[in-house]
Design a protein around this ligand. Sequence first.
Ligand SMILES: [Zn+2]
Length: 316
Amino acid sequence: MAASTKLYEKIVAATGLELDISTGLMQGVRNGYSVMVYAPDKQYPSSLQVAIAAKRNEPITKEEIKELRSNCKNVGKVIQGNNCLIVNIKALLANKLPEQVEQVTQTTVDFMAARGWEPCCQMCQKDGTMPVAMVGNNYMSVCDDCLTNLQQNAHLEQQNIVSKKESIVMGIVGAFLGSLLGALCIIIVSQMGYVAALSGLVMAICTLKGYEMLGGKLTKKGIIIAILIMIVMTYAADRLDWAIVVAREFEEDLFISYQAIPALIEAEIIETARYWGNLILVYLFLALGAVPTILAAFRQKDLTEIRRIGNNSHSM
Ligand SMILES: [Zn+2]
């Protein structure tokens, strides 16, 4: 954060906006519009967006976007949000960024004023310049009533999550059903002649989501259970995949073929390196799919943080 704070301090010096150090949001009022400047992805702190809260009955047209871009070369992608216009700032040199943010902000505000956009609350469209709030991962310019509503809804939702009972038995059923889908995917993809490793992703996501859907919520206990299930089912699916090949080659029963796999590896009829190499690859993709899904389950808790940012209460 330290490096980007330095950069953001230069930006607020150039634009007159106010920096909120805890979130990295730069915000303020320009020509009566509520302006928010931020990095949508905190990993790229110098890749910034300007969001300006305002309403207009007609959506922005392609011609208007073209015009806005021709007014300032640093205007990148333009997106119409919920009662706001979001402009990506195209900047190649970090040392020019402060003045470029200023240019994009002023150009966009001038354009919006000329084209009939009116400042308003992004939620209820109430007229006026509304102060900025952090709503989960987003920033919004909303009136006090809407902020209270958002906070109450988030509070209710959080209580729902907390009071939701976890059913481990149903969770296991869900994880098992999910892992069956994953196993099917491993076998079908491999039998079609493709590398089955990618199916590991499907296995991980289906098993975890299966637990969450039937079990009510994904807790640490659920994650451990789901991981055990997916490890066993991946092994079984991979071995069954080999058994299908063996059964076809030797015109044998599938069940007997499945049981014969270790003996066939021992006898080097199935190459040891190929068998384990393939399995390890599937497990790698399993981990690749499981980690982000688990992280997302824990991150959901932070999504509902809703509070005012900045101390200029310019609500009208
Ligand atoms: Zn409102």
